[in-house]
Write a new protein. Structure first.
Length: 318
């Protein structure tokens, strides 16, 4: 029988007078990977503050290892073993990977490290998880994905029971996403639970045990990987949040200097089109950032598109 790690029931959280979480429910089991999708920006921040112990519950019940805890009087405590990882790294840039991974113990305000042991253990962990980073590399020289890998490993070292990640991988390359999936799968084998928050289905989808759909602060439905696909889930999230396609409003009839025609990649459920006229400033609103990141990667030649055309001054970009 699966062992339940935590459970939220009938949670209500407010921000600026409105319900961000409204009768929200969630349960997680030990060692599973769950992708919570449909999470909008303010819901993401609310959940991260809740899991990191920055804010108490307004209403609702919480169980951890089947023991009920009143979070309306006191926020979630670090002793519960919950680690939150955000897009902005919290590694210390001036310290090495090994130094960031292991806790520095103080003695009368002086800090001591067995550097040789730290680097030896760091090298072992990095090799075991297949991460190609040097143990003595400075954190300031790491790319965002590498910083996140180190933070995840640090959570494991600190005996985390739950690691909560916002959509850290939305700007990752395909290779970095694959590395993240391998790392999380390895972490889950240690009976550490992974909760990944995203608007559209995230990079972890190929290795998840469950997908939980939320909308307007409520748990709508739970899916299992064999029941659905990334395309179906992406389309579902888009439809319940935006309805059918929203017509664009054209304010300029000047010369078109940049155009995207029916662009589509493997991660997009619907083609995307855009015309940019001379002198215009255009913004693209995309709550989940999936379209924005896909289009940007295509423009800057980081990704190939399956169909569609990109034109600059009427000349097609290859």
């Amino acid at each position: 029988m699966e062992e339940e790690l935590l459970r939220f029931e009938h949670v209500v959280q407010k921000h600026a007078g409105r319900n961000v979480l409204d009768d929200f429910k969630l349960n997680l089991f030990r060692g599973e990977i769950v992708n919570l999708i449909g999470v909008r920006g303010y819901e993401n921040d609310c959940l991260m503050e809740l899991f990191s112990g920055q804010s108490p519950l307004i209403e609702g019940s919480f169980w951890f290892h089947e023991q009920k805890t009143d979070l309306t009087k006191r926020p979630l405590q670090p002793s519960k073993g919950v680690v939150c990882i955000r897009k902005q790294s919290n590694l210390i840039p001036q310290m090495t990977v090994g130094e960031n991974l292991f806790v520095i113990k103080s003695n009368r305000h002086k800090f001591f490290l067995n550097i040789h042991a730290v680097y030896q253990q760091t090298h072992y962990l990095l090799k075991k998880t297949g991460i190609s980073i040097s143990a003595d590399a400075l954190a300031s020289g790491l790319c965002p994905a590498q910083c996140h890998y180190v933070e995840i490993l640090r959570g494991m070292i600190q005996n985390a029971k739950l690691i909560v990640l916002e959509d850290i991988a939305e700007s990752y390359s395909d290779a970095e996403k694959e590395q993240l999936r391998k790392l999380l799968s390895e972490i889950a084998k240690q009976k550490i639970t992974i909760l990944y928050l995203s608007f559209y289905p995230g990079a972890v989808l190929p290795v998840v045990d469950r997908i939980v759909l939320m909308h307007r602060g409520q748990h709508i439905r739970t899916y299992y990987p064999e029941e659905t696909s990334e395309g179906e889930l992406t389309d579902l999230v888009r439809r319940i949040n935006y309805g059918e396609s929203t017509p664009s409003i054209v304010h300029s009839a000047g010369r078109v200097i940049f155009e995207i025609r029916e662009l589509c990649t493997s991660n997009m459920s619907h083609p995307f089109s855009l015309k940019l006229h001379q002198g215009e400033i255009v913004g693209i609103y995309d709550n989940g950032q999936r379209i924005c990141s896909e289009v940007t990667d295509c423009i800057f030649e980081k990704r190939n598109w399956s169909k569609g055309t990109i034109l600059l001054d009427e000349e097609e970009l290859q």
